[in-house]
Design a protein around this ligand. Structure first.
Ligand SMILES: O=C(O)CCC(=O)C(=O)O
Length: 290
Protein backbone atom coordinates (compact mmCIF):
# COMPACT_ATOMS: atom_id res chain seq x y z
CA UNK A 1 0.00 0.00 0.00
CA UNK A 2 1.54 3.32 -1.05
CA UNK A 3 1.14 6.11 1.48
CA UNK A 4 2.10 9.72 0.99
CA UNK A 5 3.89 11.73 3.61
CA UNK A 6 1.94 14.89 4.36
CA UNK A 7 3.68 17.35 6.67
CA UNK A 8 1.62 18.93 9.45
CA UNK A 9 0.68 22.38 8.20
CA UNK A 10 1.11 25.39 10.43
CA UNK A 11 -1.98 27.32 11.50
CA UNK A 12 -0.84 30.18 9.24
CA UNK A 13 -1.85 28.36 6.04
CA UNK A 14 -4.54 29.99 3.87
CA UNK A 15 -8.07 28.76 4.50
CA UNK A 16 -11.06 28.21 2.25
CA UNK A 17 -13.21 31.36 2.40
CA UNK A 18 -16.13 30.90 4.76
CA UNK A 19 -19.46 32.59 5.44
CA UNK A 20 -22.15 32.06 8.06
CA UNK A 21 -24.79 29.89 6.39
CA UNK A 22 -27.58 32.45 5.83
CA UNK A 23 -29.57 33.02 2.69
CA UNK A 24 -28.27 36.63 2.86
CA UNK A 25 -24.72 35.39 2.21
CA UNK A 26 -25.61 33.21 -0.78
CA UNK A 27 -24.36 35.74 -3.35
CA UNK A 28 -20.99 36.17 -1.59
CA UNK A 29 -20.66 32.42 -1.18
CA UNK A 30 -21.45 31.92 -4.86
CA UNK A 31 -18.75 34.42 -5.87
CA UNK A 32 -16.17 32.63 -3.70
CA UNK A 33 -17.20 29.26 -5.16
CA UNK A 34 -16.86 30.66 -8.69
CA UNK A 35 -13.44 32.12 -7.95
CA UNK A 36 -11.80 29.45 -5.77
CA UNK A 37 -13.79 26.36 -6.70
CA UNK A 38 -14.73 25.80 -3.06
CA UNK A 39 -16.51 27.68 -0.26
CA UNK A 40 -17.35 26.94 3.37
CA UNK A 41 -20.76 27.62 4.96
CA UNK A 42 -20.31 27.81 8.72
CA UNK A 43 -22.88 26.20 11.05
CA UNK A 44 -24.86 25.03 8.03
CA UNK A 45 -26.30 21.90 9.62
CA UNK A 46 -27.71 21.93 13.16
CA UNK A 47 -27.23 19.39 15.94
CA UNK A 48 -30.57 17.61 15.38
CA UNK A 49 -29.73 16.87 11.75
CA UNK A 50 -26.22 15.78 12.71
CA UNK A 51 -27.86 13.30 15.13
CA UNK A 52 -30.10 12.08 12.30
CA UNK A 53 -27.02 11.42 10.17
CA UNK A 54 -25.36 9.60 13.09
CA UNK A 55 -28.37 7.28 13.36
CA UNK A 56 -28.01 6.61 9.62
CA UNK A 57 -24.35 5.76 10.18
CA UNK A 58 -25.33 3.10 12.71
CA UNK A 59 -27.66 1.58 10.09
CA UNK A 60 -25.05 1.85 7.33
CA UNK A 61 -22.36 0.10 9.37
CA UNK A 62 -24.88 -2.52 10.45
CA UNK A 63 -25.52 -3.77 6.92
CA UNK A 64 -28.00 -1.12 5.68
CA UNK A 65 -25.67 0.20 3.00
CA UNK A 66 -25.20 -2.15 0.04
CA UNK A 67 -22.06 -0.28 -0.95
CA UNK A 68 -19.92 -0.14 2.19
CA UNK A 69 -16.16 -0.63 2.46
CA UNK A 70 -14.33 -0.92 5.76
CA UNK A 71 -10.56 -1.06 5.46
CA UNK A 72 -7.79 -1.15 7.99
CA UNK A 73 -4.46 -0.44 6.40
CA UNK A 74 -1.25 -2.13 7.54
CA UNK A 75 0.08 -0.46 10.66
CA UNK A 76 -3.02 1.66 11.30
CA UNK A 77 -4.95 1.46 14.58
CA UNK A 78 -8.12 2.92 13.09
CA UNK A 79 -10.33 1.81 10.23
CA UNK A 80 -11.34 3.80 7.18
CA UNK A 81 -14.99 3.25 6.22
CA UNK A 82 -16.92 4.65 3.28
CA UNK A 83 -20.31 4.06 1.78
CA UNK A 84 -22.05 5.57 -1.23
CA UNK A 85 -25.55 5.77 -2.63
CA UNK A 86 -27.13 4.61 0.65
CA UNK A 87 -29.98 7.14 0.76
CA UNK A 88 -32.44 4.71 -0.86
CA UNK A 89 -32.08 2.15 1.93
CA UNK A 90 -31.23 4.30 4.93
CA UNK A 91 -34.16 6.46 6.01
CA UNK A 92 -32.14 8.96 8.14
CA UNK A 93 -29.92 9.71 5.12
CA UNK A 94 -33.00 10.11 2.88
CA UNK A 95 -34.62 12.42 5.41
CA UNK A 96 -31.47 14.54 5.76
CA UNK A 97 -31.17 14.94 1.99
CA UNK A 98 -34.83 15.75 1.29
CA UNK A 99 -36.15 17.34 4.51
CA UNK A 100 -33.24 19.29 6.03
CA UNK A 101 -32.15 22.81 4.99
CA UNK A 102 -29.43 21.19 2.84
CA UNK A 103 -31.01 21.51 -0.64
CA UNK A 104 -31.94 25.14 -0.05
CA UNK A 105 -28.39 25.96 1.01
CA UNK A 106 -26.90 24.28 -2.05
CA UNK A 107 -29.34 25.22 -4.84
CA UNK A 108 -28.58 28.99 -4.87
CA UNK A 109 -24.87 28.22 -5.30
CA UNK A 110 -25.41 26.12 -8.40
CA UNK A 111 -27.10 28.77 -10.58
CA UNK A 112 -29.36 26.12 -12.07
CA UNK A 113 -33.08 25.84 -12.81
CA UNK A 114 -33.13 22.59 -10.90
CA UNK A 115 -31.22 20.59 -8.31
CA UNK A 116 -30.81 16.87 -8.88
CA UNK A 117 -29.55 14.37 -6.31
CA UNK A 118 -26.62 12.38 -7.73
CA UNK A 119 -25.46 10.35 -4.69
CA UNK A 120 -24.55 10.51 -1.02
CA UNK A 121 -21.16 9.55 0.41
CA UNK A 122 -20.24 8.68 3.98
CA UNK A 123 -16.60 8.75 5.00
CA UNK A 124 -15.27 7.85 8.44
CA UNK A 125 -11.59 7.94 9.32
CA UNK A 126 -11.29 6.55 12.82
CA UNK A 127 -8.63 7.88 15.20
CA UNK A 128 -5.20 6.91 13.87
CA UNK A 129 -6.22 5.76 10.46
CA UNK A 130 -2.91 7.42 9.71
CA UNK A 131 -2.43 6.14 6.18
CA UNK A 132 -6.00 6.71 4.98
CA UNK A 133 -4.97 9.61 2.79
CA UNK A 134 -6.87 10.72 -0.30
CA UNK A 135 -4.72 11.61 -3.32
CA UNK A 136 -5.20 14.75 -5.39
CA UNK A 137 -8.18 14.26 -7.67
CA UNK A 138 -11.27 15.81 -9.22
CA UNK A 139 -14.57 14.13 -8.37
CA UNK A 140 -15.69 14.54 -11.99
CA UNK A 141 -12.99 12.16 -13.28
CA UNK A 142 -15.02 9.29 -11.78
CA UNK A 143 -18.42 10.27 -13.21
CA UNK A 144 -20.19 9.12 -16.42
CA UNK A 145 -21.67 12.59 -16.92
CA UNK A 146 -20.96 15.76 -18.92
CA UNK A 147 -21.63 19.29 -17.73
CA UNK A 148 -20.16 21.67 -15.18
CA UNK A 149 -22.96 22.28 -12.68
CA UNK A 150 -21.95 19.45 -10.37
CA UNK A 151 -21.17 20.09 -6.70
CA UNK A 152 -20.21 18.17 -3.62
CA UNK A 153 -21.76 19.45 -0.35
CA UNK A 154 -19.55 17.96 2.36
CA UNK A 155 -20.77 18.20 5.96
CA UNK A 156 -18.28 17.74 8.80
CA UNK A 157 -19.68 15.44 11.49
CA UNK A 158 -16.72 16.09 13.81
CA UNK A 159 -14.40 19.00 14.41
CA UNK A 160 -11.68 18.64 11.79
CA UNK A 161 -8.51 20.58 12.62
CA UNK A 162 -6.15 21.73 9.93
CA UNK A 163 -3.85 18.68 10.37
CA UNK A 164 -6.53 16.35 9.00
CA UNK A 165 -8.41 18.90 6.88
CA UNK A 166 -9.21 18.72 3.20
CA UNK A 167 -7.05 20.88 0.96
CA UNK A 168 -7.96 22.44 -2.37
CA UNK A 169 -6.07 23.94 -5.28
CA UNK A 170 -7.75 27.34 -5.60
CA UNK A 171 -9.17 28.06 -9.05
CA UNK A 172 -8.32 24.60 -10.39
CA UNK A 173 -11.85 24.20 -11.78
CA UNK A 174 -11.64 27.27 -13.98
CA UNK A 175 -9.80 25.80 -16.98
CA UNK A 176 -12.43 23.02 -17.14
CA UNK A 177 -9.64 20.51 -17.75
CA UNK A 178 -10.63 16.96 -16.88
CA UNK A 179 -7.80 14.95 -15.31
CA UNK A 180 -7.41 11.18 -15.22
CA UNK A 181 -9.01 9.31 -12.33
CA UNK A 182 -6.43 7.93 -9.90
CA UNK A 183 -6.68 4.84 -7.71
CA UNK A 184 -7.40 5.98 -4.13
CA UNK A 185 -5.80 2.87 -2.62
CA UNK A 186 -2.60 3.28 -4.57
CA UNK A 187 -2.20 6.36 -6.81
CA UNK A 188 0.80 4.72 -8.57
CA UNK A 189 -1.49 1.97 -9.93
CA UNK A 190 -3.84 2.55 -12.90
CA UNK A 191 -7.46 2.99 -11.81
CA UNK A 192 -9.78 0.48 -13.47
CA UNK A 193 -12.18 3.07 -14.95
CA UNK A 194 -9.45 5.61 -15.81
CA UNK A 195 -9.44 7.20 -19.27
CA UNK A 196 -5.83 6.83 -20.41
CA UNK A 197 -6.10 9.77 -22.84
CA UNK A 198 -6.59 12.27 -19.99
CA UNK A 199 -3.62 13.98 -18.27
CA UNK A 200 -2.68 13.04 -14.73
CA UNK A 201 -3.60 15.57 -12.01
CA UNK A 202 -0.85 18.23 -11.94
CA UNK A 203 -0.28 18.01 -8.17
CA UNK A 204 1.52 15.11 -6.54
CA UNK A 205 1.77 13.82 -2.99
CA UNK A 206 3.80 16.12 -0.78
CA UNK A 207 3.62 19.17 -3.10
CA UNK A 208 0.79 20.83 -1.28
CA UNK A 209 2.63 22.95 1.25
CA UNK A 210 4.79 24.64 -1.39
CA UNK A 211 1.91 25.91 -3.43
CA UNK A 212 0.53 29.34 -2.62
CA UNK A 213 -2.80 28.41 -4.20
CA UNK A 214 -3.44 25.69 -1.61
CA UNK A 215 -6.48 26.36 0.58
CA UNK A 216 -7.03 24.34 3.76
CA UNK A 217 -10.45 23.64 5.24
CA UNK A 218 -10.41 23.17 9.02
CA UNK A 219 -14.04 22.72 10.08
CA UNK A 220 -16.30 22.43 13.09
CA UNK A 221 -19.04 19.80 13.19
CA UNK A 222 -21.97 21.16 11.17
CA UNK A 223 -19.85 23.30 8.83
CA UNK A 224 -20.27 22.46 5.17
CA UNK A 225 -17.89 22.74 2.24
CA UNK A 226 -19.26 23.06 -1.26
CA UNK A 227 -16.96 22.47 -4.23
CA UNK A 228 -17.25 21.93 -7.96
CA UNK A 229 -16.61 18.46 -9.36
CA UNK A 230 -13.67 19.94 -11.35
CA UNK A 231 -11.87 21.35 -8.28
CA UNK A 232 -8.68 19.48 -7.38
CA UNK A 233 -8.52 18.41 -3.74
CA UNK A 234 -6.84 15.92 -1.42
CA UNK A 235 -6.75 14.96 2.25
CA UNK A 236 -4.21 13.44 4.65
CA UNK A 237 -4.79 10.35 6.74
CA UNK A 238 -6.14 10.91 10.23
CA UNK A 239 -3.18 10.92 12.60
CA UNK A 240 -5.22 12.42 15.43
CA UNK A 241 -6.75 10.75 18.51
CA UNK A 242 -10.27 11.54 17.35
CA UNK A 243 -12.68 10.39 14.65
CA UNK A 244 -12.87 12.43 11.43
CA UNK A 245 -16.18 11.80 9.71
CA UNK A 246 -18.19 13.54 7.01
CA UNK A 247 -21.41 12.96 5.11
CA UNK A 248 -21.51 14.46 1.65
CA UNK A 249 -24.25 14.84 -0.90
CA UNK A 250 -23.43 15.29 -4.56
CA UNK A 251 -25.78 17.27 -6.80
CA UNK A 252 -26.11 18.11 -10.45
CA UNK A 253 -27.76 21.02 -12.29
CA UNK A 254 -29.45 21.84 -15.56
CA UNK A 255 -26.42 21.49 -17.89
CA UNK A 256 -25.68 17.87 -16.95
CA UNK A 257 -26.22 14.90 -19.28
CA UNK A 258 -25.32 11.22 -19.07
CA UNK A 259 -22.35 9.99 -21.14
CA UNK A 260 -22.40 6.27 -20.38
CA UNK A 261 -18.63 5.95 -19.77
CA UNK A 262 -17.38 3.15 -17.56
CA UNK A 263 -17.74 4.07 -13.85
CA UNK A 264 -18.67 2.66 -10.48
CA UNK A 265 -22.26 1.38 -10.16
CA UNK A 266 -23.16 4.24 -7.80
CA UNK A 267 -22.77 6.72 -10.66
CA UNK A 268 -24.39 4.63 -13.40
CA UNK A 269 -28.00 3.91 -14.38
CA UNK A 270 -28.73 1.35 -17.09
CA UNK A 271 -31.98 3.02 -18.19
CA UNK A 272 -30.10 6.19 -19.24
CA UNK A 273 -28.55 6.67 -22.65
CA UNK A 274 -25.73 9.00 -23.69
CA UNK A 275 -26.83 12.61 -24.03
CA UNK A 276 -29.91 12.23 -21.83
CA UNK A 277 -30.74 14.34 -18.80
CA UNK A 278 -29.91 12.16 -15.78
CA UNK A 279 -33.15 12.66 -13.82
CA UNK A 280 -34.64 9.26 -12.90
CA UNK A 281 -35.58 7.31 -9.75
CA UNK A 282 -31.93 6.85 -8.87
CA UNK A 283 -31.06 10.52 -9.54
CA UNK A 284 -34.23 12.40 -8.54
CA UNK A 285 -34.94 16.10 -8.98
CA UNK A 286 -35.15 17.66 -5.50
CA UNK A 287 -35.74 21.34 -6.42
CA UNK A 288 -37.06 23.06 -9.56
CA UNK A 289 -39.47 21.98 -12.24
CA UNK A 290 -37.09 20.62 -14.87
O1 LIG B 1 -11.84 13.44 3.23
C1 LIG B 1 -11.23 12.78 2.42
O2 LIG B 1 -10.31 12.02 2.69
C2 LIG B 1 -11.57 12.87 0.97
C3 LIG B 1 -12.91 13.45 0.65
C4 LIG B 1 -13.08 13.59 -0.82
O3 LIG B 1 -12.14 13.71 -1.57
C5 LIG B 1 -14.40 13.57 -1.39
O4 LIG B 1 -15.39 13.39 -0.66
O5 LIG B 1 -14.49 13.75 -2.64
Amino acid sequence: MATSHVATPSTAVPHVQSFPAHAANAELAREALQRDGVVCLREAIGGDWLSTIESGIIDALDGGSADLDVVQRDGDEGRFSFSSGAWRTIEPFRSFIFDSPLPDLVWPLLDSDDLVLFYDFLLIKEAHSDSASTPWHQDHSYYPIDGFKVVNSWVALDDIPVESALRFLAGSHQAQTLYRAVDFDDPTRPYRHARAELPLPPVGAGDELDDEKMLFAPLHAGDMLVWWSYTLHSAPGNRLDQRRAAFSVNWTGDDVTYNDRSALDTYMESSLTAGECIVCDKFPRVRGAG
